[in-house]
Ligand binder design. Structure first.
Ligand SMILES: [Zn+2]
Length: 123
């Protein structure tokens, strides 16, 4: 099994309802996103997948969220834009992009701060 991980950041605002405390107030994060894709075999080039391609895909997904108020985005309509739901959304969008590339999304990790991270692992 080989894995490739790309790390990128984005900044946005959100509020989380029904959890109590300060997170129910509008606030922002510099989210750090780590996306890992994997497969058993390498291509004949000796690469699993070109880093640049994964970087581009992740950039396209994060572009929709960067400097946005996450609660107002259509894909978070009716759900809390929690780090968990952000990770799932990125995982699902990335799954569409990797479809024909021979790799699968292994996991998406979101760091809200240096000391707090969430990981989404697709089924
Ligand atoms: Zn927050």
């Amino acid at each position: 099994m080989y894995e490739v991980t790309i790390i990128k950041s984005f900044s946005s605002a959100h509020l989380l309802s029904r959890i109590g405390g300060k997170c129910e107030e509008l606030h922002g994060h510099n989210f750090k996103v780590e996306v890992t894709v994997g497969a058993m075999d390498l291509k004949e080039t000796g690469l699993l997948i070109d880093f640049r391609v994964v970087k581009k895909w992740l950039g396209e997904i994060l572009e929709q969220m960067d400097h946005q108020y996450l609660n107002e985005l259509p894909f978070f309509s009716g759900i809390n834009p929690s780090a968990e739901n952000i990770a799932k959304y990125i995982g699902e969008e990335m799954a569409l992009k990797v479809k024909t590339s021979g790799v699968k999304v292994a996991r998406v990790k979101i760091r809200e701060s240096e000391n707090a991270a969430v990981t989404y692992i697709p089924k």
